[in-house]
Each structure stands twice: as structure tokens, then as C-alpha cells.
Design a protein around this ligand. Structure first.
Ligand code: PLP
Length: 371
């Protein structure tokens, strides 16, 4: 018998995704069409129709290798925001760009600064190969506490993540906050501004600041406002070629397929679809906030500028896992705060979606309150 031993670098933590509608239909007997899927921050109106049409073009080229740097897609993204195509790098989802940034700019043993809680993949990728996550605290209602963040930034981590709007609280960092962070950073620290949800804040975000700060990279995704979570397209953009060049070198070579490229080119200019999603989310965020105020036992944590919000469970008899499971029985999928490190068992993260889904969530909560 051949003896084998394959020591992995580390036993990394696995990502816990939101449950699928099919899983809940099968396990809880709720008809698929009745399920409110409110845990993956997807677009209430589905995929950009322009992208759906354009992936057909890519489908016709499936036998041919794509351009390994996705040049046409980089050009379309660069033109949209007024940058040089060489200052854009594309990834199979923004997640891939996050992983490339961590590998390219932080060596094993280096510190990576992030908020606590934050998007878990910063921590998961940082922990891979022994980088060291450093956590900046947030306030009682997840206010960003910028002074504390900047104190930790002064200890010169190699990378500092800033998520705006922040996941899971939805808090926005204003332009002045981003400037403060870029200016306070040590010359060896890369500031990564993750703007996955920026459209829902109805602000332009930090893209223009790239022209002033050579230590800044902005990351964005097609998975949210463009409705293309299944296509897997994200990008990083900087005005400093020294930040993009290493990413191109570390990138899995043909990481963008033909359909990702053609779909991505079409979607970047589908402003109509983006605006439709933003309008629904902004209206429904206000609606669900007002409705939750009428319910006792639960509270919307204030300040979300994203397409999700935190619900605090006020009743000490219930914790998030209990409410999460009771919601599943009623066909409502949310995120259990106990599964999000740094959030914990008093909170649920809930997406903003169509009114029928928000009403289903609200009436399910009212029923659970009476248990
Ligand atoms: C803050 C943040 N950044 C990035 C992503 C990943 O986006 P993508 O689907 O493009 O990998 C997410 C997804 O949930 C997110 O919450």
C-alpha cells in the first residue's frame, strides 16, 4: 500500500453561506414560490437584462480561450469610471479579488486590519497561510468608531479593509472618513475600500478619491445592484499601477470566462436595472423599518445604507438561532447572527427585497413573538 501524507498549509475555516430556497422547500415543506430568500443580499429584480442577452455572445465563443486579462471588460469598466484599463483587474467575483489582494500584499505573519464583525472572507483568506487578522471594534449599534480604527492603522498593518456600506451593519463611511483613513495610513499599508453595496447608499462612494490617494484600491462586485451573483464578476480599481500589476501576476490566469466578459461589459452600463434595484431597496428599507417599530420584541438597528439590515432580538427568552429556525419553518431565510463572528446571538441579518417578502418576514416575526 502506498503511504501518503499531504500536509495542507492550515486547516482553514469554511465559509457559511445563506441557505438556498430549494433546501428550505425540501426540509420545511414550504412551496418554493412562497419562500422569502433574505440571506444572500441578491437583487430583488434578478439579473441585468442587458447582461442576460450579452452572455449569449459569450456562449458562442465557449471553445476559445478568453483574453487572460479580460481586456475588453477592463476597458468597459475603466471607461465607466474614467480610469485607464491597465488600472483595473477583474476577478471571478469580488471574492477572488479579495483573495488576490491578501496574497499579493500581505506575507504570512503580516497583519490585516478589519472591523469586528466584518465580511468573513477577509478573516478566512487572511488566516490562510498564517496572516494575522487584527480587529477594529464597532459601537453598540455598530457605529464604525473611526478613532479606534485609526489607532490600529497606526500600528502599520500591511492591509486595512474598510467596507462601505459595511457588512453586516450596512453603515456607510463618508468621504471624509475615507480620506482620514488614507491620510493616517503608514506608507506600507494598502487601504482596500470594499464597495460591494455602494449603489444602495445612493452616494458615489470613494472611486474619485483614487485620483488623490496612491495607497487606495476600490473593490466592487456585479453580484448586488447588477443582479449577477451567479455570473461571478468583480473588480479592483486603483489609480496606482503598482497596486494592480502584482494582482495581475498572482491572478489565476484565465479567471474570467467568455460569458463573464460579455455579460460584464453589458451590465456595467445597465443603469436602468441598477436604478430599479436601488429604488426598491431604498423604499423597502424605510418601509420595513417603520413596520418593525410597531412590533415589540424586535428592533431594526439604525444606520443601514445597504440592501440588508440588522434586526436585534430584544426578548431575552429568544436567541437568534431560535428565531432563525422559526423563520425557516415559515419560509423566511435570513442570516443567524450566531454564524457571523463578532455579531452573535442577539442579531439577524436580513435582506431588503420586494414588499411581499418583507411582509412575509414581518408577519412571521409577529407570529414568533407570540410563541
Ligand atoms: C462586503 C462584501 N464584499 C464582497 C462580497 C463578494 O462579492 P462577490 O459575489 O462578487 O464575490 C460580498 C458578498 O456577500 C460582500 O458582502
Amino acid at each position: 500500500m502506498v503511504k501518503v501524507s499531504f500536509p495542507a498549509l492550515l486547516d482553514g475555516e469554511l465559509y457559511v453561506p445563506g441557505l438556498s430556497a430549494e433546501y428550505v422547500a425540501e426540509h420545511y415543506g414550504v412551496p418554493l414560490g412562497d419562500i422569502a430568500k433574505l440571506a444572500s443580499a441578491e437583487n430583488p429584480h434578478g439579473a441585468s437584462p442587458k447582461a442576460v442577452e450579452a452572455v449569449e455572445l459569450g456562449r458562442k465563443r465557449l471553445s476559445i480561450y478568453p483574453d487572460w486579462t479580460a481586456r475588453h471588460l477592463r476597458t468597459a469598466i475603466a471607461e465607466k469610471y474614467g480610469f485607464d484599463p491597465d488600472n483595473v483587474v477583474c476577478g471571478s467575483g469580488e471574492t477572488e479579488v479579495i483573495s488576490m489582494v491578501i496574497r499579493a500584499f500581505a506575507a504570512p505573519g503580516d497583519a490585516v486590519l478589519m472591523h469586528y464583525p466584518c465580511f468573513p472572507l477577509y478573516r478566512i483568506f487572511a488566516n490562510c497561510e498564517g496572516r494575522l487578522p487584527v480587529y477594529a471594534p464597532m459601537g453598540t449599534d455598530f457605529e464604525p468608531l473611526l478613532d479606534q480604527y485609526i489607532e490600529l492603522l497606526r500600528q502599520a498593518p500591511r492591509i486595512a479593509f474598510l467596507t462601505s456600506p459595511h457588512n453586516p451593519s450596512g453603515r456607510l463611511f463618508e468621504e471624509a472618513d475615507i480620506r482620514r483613513v488614507c491620510e493616517a495610513a503608514n506608507e506600507n499599508t494598502l487601504i482596500v475600500l470594499d464597495e460591494a453595496y455602494i449603489h444602495y447608499s445612493e452616494t458615489e462612494g470613494g472611486m474619485e478619491l483614487l485620483r488623490e490617494y496612491p495607497n487606495l484600491i476600490v473593490l466592487r462586485t456585479y453580484s448586488k445592484a447588477f443582479g449577477l451573483a451567479g455570473l461571478r464578476v468583480g473588480f479592483g480599481i486603483s489609480n496606482n499601477p503598482k497596486l494592480i500589476d502584482p494582482l495581475r501576476r498572482i491572478k489565476p490566469t484565465w479567471n474570467m470566462g467568455q460569458m463573464q466578459i460579455t455579460g460584464g461589459i453589458a451590465a456595467i452600463n445597465d443603469d436602468e436595472h441598477v436604478q430599479r434595484a436601488v429604488k426598491t431597496v431604498v423604499e423597502m428599507r424605510a418601509y420595513v423599518g417603520a413596520q418593525l417599530e410597531k412590533q415589540d420584541g424586535f428592533r431594526m438597528v439604525p444606520g443601514s445604507r445597504s440592501n440588508f439590515f440588522l434586526t436585534e432580538i430584544l426578548d431575552p427568552e429568544m436567541d437568534s438561532t431560535f428565531v432563525f429556525n422559526e423563520l425557516l419553518k415559515r419560509g423566511v431565510i435570513v442570516k443567524d447572527g450566531s454564524d457571523i463572528e463578532g455579531l452573535g446571538s442577539r442579531y439577524l441579518r436580513v435582506d431588503v427585497n420586494l414588499k411581499k417578502h418583507m411582509d412575509r418576514f414581518l408577519s412571521a416575526l409577529a407570529e414568533i413573538r407570540k410563541i
